[in-house]
Design a protein around this ligand. Structure first.
Ligand code: FMN
Length: 325
């Protein structure tokens, strides 16, 4: 059981925030296959200041998504608090603060990973947000801005202050912002945070690409939980598999071709609910790449799926390779 404020998760892993991926469609499928919680991709706090745009873009997560955390990004404590309140009011179950994003345009606006350089601002943001909502508030951060000692000291400062202020969980990706995705995630330092603050809920992130690795890290890291990120793209089955292994059962057989094809089309149709046909086919390509990895003829399947320009062409490719649709 993983406790995040008033939320109780029956398994200690959930779906990470994934900008450009973890929209409603991906969340519905993650929930269906056993993710006890999912996060949105990062959302700009300022949108909440524009009521009409906010109402047009965001609505209450559907019951078929299960609990959903809204991740927000910004640099101003007041605006972050308004955004947190807006997302909580429309029914998101948790607010997560992004102190991790390495995108240059985000860093230039003193947001995301930049806040690891400014522990006082980061904690002020947390305090304002905490006061503005009654749902759990978590922080997603990396283990520093760069590899310097100064940066490491600031990382520890943020962890210490956030724990003292009652953060519901620290979710730590073990690569400094400057490292982007180079090297392996440093799980040792994430475990060290847990040892230093045993009373806090500490969740790890990085390189969990299959169910075995998820469960191995859960068993060996001493952490309260982990999040699954790239390992869930085109692979909602990872939640079913990790759940089985975690509960001491055998890992289920991988999905049959028919199941793969059905989930593939379901994912596409969920995306098509909110986008015009051509855009939805184009947007879906990155997921198609993930799904095709499960197929024994991966390369050919991928080429055909990516070549599809219309819904009919996509369905024809799925019929040919998966026998459904
Ligand atoms: C395409 C992509 C989008 C991401 N978007 C976000 C995001 O919006 N917010 C966030 O905090 N982390 C984001 N991340 C980081 C992941 O949540 C995760 O911490 C990171 O990928 C490490 O886990 P992994 O190695 O298991 O993928 C993103 C990562 C990827 C690959």
């Amino acid at each position: 059981m993983l406790k995040l404020g008033n939320l109780r998760l029956d398994v200690p892993f959930f779906q990470a925030p994934l900008s450009g991926y973890s929209d409603r469609a991906m969340r519905v499928l993650a929930h269906k296959y056993g993710a006890p919680l999912t996060y949105t991709g990062v959302m700009l706090d300022k949108i909440a200041l524009h009521r009409k745009a906010f109402d047009r873009l965001y609505s209450r997560p559907g019951a078929d998504e299960g609990p959903v955390g809204a991740q927000i990004l910004g640099s101003n404590p007041e605006t972050m608090a308004v955004a947190a309140e807006s997302f909580a009011n429309i029914g998101f179950n948790l607010i997560d603060l992004n102190f991790a994003c390495p995108a240059p345009k985000v860093l230039r606006r003193f947001s995301g990973g930049y806040l690891l350089k400014e522990p006082e601002t980061a904690i002020r943001i947390f305090q304002y947000v905490r006061k503005s909502v009654s749902c759990p508030v978590t922080i997603k951060l990396r283990n520093g801005f760069d590899n310097s000692q100064e940066s490491l000291d600031k990382f520890w400062q943020i962890c210490q202050d956030a724990v003292a202020e009652g953060v519901d969980a620290l979710i730590i990706h073990g690569r400094p912002v400057k490292n982007l995705y180079r090297d392996r995630s440093n799980w040792e330092i994430i475990s060290e945070v847990k040892r230093e603050f045993p009373q806090a809920t500490i969740i790890g992130s990085g390189d969990l690409m299959d169910a075995e690795t998820v469960v191995e890290h859960l068993k060996t890291s001493g952490l309260d939980g982990v999040i699954i990120a790239r390992g869930a793209i085109g692979n909602p089955w990872i939640f079913r598999e990790a759940r089985a292994l975690w509960e001491g059962r055998q890992k289920p057989e991988g999905p049959s071709l028919a199941e793969q094809g059905e989930v593939f089309l379901r994912h596409y149709e969920l995306i098509a609910e909110t986008r015009p046909m051509k855009k939805s086919v184009r947007y879906f390509r990155k997921f198609a790449v993930g799904y095709s990895r499960h197929h024994p003829q991966r390369k050919k399947v991928q080429a055909d799926l990516i070549a599809a320009r219309t819904r009919d062409e996509l369905y024809a490719a799925v019929k040919e390779w998966y026998g459904v649709g």
